[in-house]
Design a protein around this ligand. Structure first.
Ligand code: PMT
Length: 220
């Protein structure tokens, strides 16, 4: 534990994409690089928190002073998150978790045959919603990646998943995913704050401060 407003707080952050296997050589994933979540993990650690980073596959080095658990699938991310939140007060879900996985993963490489093929997908469990059910007192920060109606969709997720705070970003057209800069609209019940376009490191620093303020206010 370092010095700072989150001294003595145990935090868990998810980052990066997940990968859902189709067959032994193919998978479904998304454009998340992990940069946003890694920057948030580092920023929380700089505020004094003891941070575990549950990371999907990325090219990034673990930030200094942060403990990393590497996972591949959404199911593995849920299991590692559940384990990591034992004794934790704060959870931040910055990962781009696959909403669906293959109903059945093919044991052998799927052969090229017919002109069209269909993949049957089934829904993955929602990590934030599951953690909320199991940990009513955990301070949970979600992200929302939206291509339209940012505030409306983000506030919907805040309420449905019973989050304490949500950081929303517009995505698509080259925004947010897999780049160094971003812009966030942060919402909580009865309030909100805009974080102007900036490098993800600077944005993460401001978001971490806001999280620390809200966390301290709700636990005071
Ligand atoms: O990694 P980068 O390249 O730096 O890009 C950053 C980012 C765009 C990935 C990041 O800023 C971001 O928006 N992360 C959340 C992406 C996402 O999956 O958003 P969503 O609106 O689909 O999901 C809402 C929330 O539910 C997220 O906190 C997500 O982690 C969580 N979720 C989603 C599905 C699921 N099965 N379980 C979850 O917990």
């Amino acid at each position: 534990f370092g010095d700072g407003p989150l001294r003595g707080v145990k935090a868990v952050v998810t980052a990066g994409p997940t990968r859902e296997a189709i067959d032994p050589v193919r998978f479904i994933t998304n454009r998340s690089s992990g940069k946003m979540g890694y920057a948030v993990a580092a920023a929380l650690a700089r505020l004094g928190a003891s941070v575990t980073l549950v990371s999907g596959p990325t090219q990034l080095a673990a930030p200094a002073g942060v403990q990393r658990a590497s996972v591949e699938t959404a199911a593995e991310m849920l299991a590692a998150s559940r384990e990591a939140v034992a004794g934790a007060q704060l959870f931040v879900g910055a990962a781009a978790v696959a909403d669906y996985r293959m109903d059945t993963v093919a044991e052998q490489k799927i052969k090229k045959s017919s002109d069209a093929m269909e993949l049957r997908l089934v829904k993955n469990p929602d990590i934030l919603a599951t953690l909320r059910q199991e940990n009513p007192k955990l301070f949970i920060v979600g992200f929302a990646a939206e291509t339209e109606k940012l505030e409306e969709h983000a506030r919907g997720k805040l309420e449905r998943k019973q989050l304490d705070l949500i950081a929303a970003n517009l995505v698509g057209n080259g925004k947010a995913f897999d780049r160094d800069d971003n812009q966030l609209s942060v919402y909580w019940k009865g309030g909100g704050q805009e974080l102007a376009p900036a490098h993800k490191h600077d944005l993460a620093r401001d978001l971490a401060r806001l999280i620390a303020d809200r966390y301290t206010a709700t636990t005071a």
